[in-house]
Design a protein around this ligand. Structure first.
Ligand SMILES: [Fe+2]
Ligand SMILES: [Fe+2]
Length: 177
């Protein structure tokens, strides 16, 4: 039967996020492994732990609906993971992979933030107070993760490989190759 109620939409979106969080467990582990910088590695490892707790909270909501937790492929996150794969085909330096991950992490957090805000709105409209509280906790962790990544990005220094060569060349202004 066709989907008609906000309850059904809520369940659909819940399954989508349940899928997203599971995919992100793998992605966060991979990005932690690709981080040479201790602070960045720590941020990904910590957010992976939070993600495990987020999955548990989603499971509680499924339970409150009298349902078994179920994932429905989140194509948004799937798309972001595909972008990473495409980028890796360019054979980027380790440092660029790290910088890419910081940006990809921020895109992911924004996606999750939008998703949780919308789930909270739907739960709120249905008077599901416990679900609202659990989803708010997930939302707060995503927001904190985004802020952390923003800070890391602003402090990240990318070494210009061609820097030395450029300095030896006479400076020309206003011309491009
Ligand atoms: Fe998450
Ligand atoms: Fe997240």
């Amino acid at each position: 039967m066709a989907m008609q109620t906000i309850e059904e939409l809520f369940e659909h979106e819940l399954k989508d996020m349940y899928s997203a969080e599971h995919m992100l467990l793998g992605a966060l582990e991979q990005m932690a492994g690709e981080s040479a910088d201790r602070e960045i590695k720590k941020a990904f490892v910590q957010h992976r732990k939070e993600t495990q707790a987020q999955i548990k909270r989603l499971e509680k909501i499924f339970k409150s609906l009298g349902q078994k937790p179920k994932a429905e492929t989140c194509h948004g996150i799937e798309g972001l993971l595909k972008e990473k794969k495409t980028f890796m085909k360019e054979r980027p330096s380790d440092e660029l992979v790290e910088f890419f991950n910081i940006g990809a992490g921020q895109k992911t957090e924004r996606y999750e933030i939008a998703s949780y805000e919308s789930l909270i709105d739907m739960a709120d409209k249905q008077g599901m107070l416990d679900a609202v509280e659990l989803l708010e906790q997930n939302l707060q962790e995503e927001e904190a993760a985004l802020n952390k990544l923003k800070m890391i990005a602003s402090e990240f220094d990318v070494q210009e490989e061609s820097e030395e060569e450029e300095e030896e060349e006479p400076r020309t202004t206003g011309s491009r190759r």
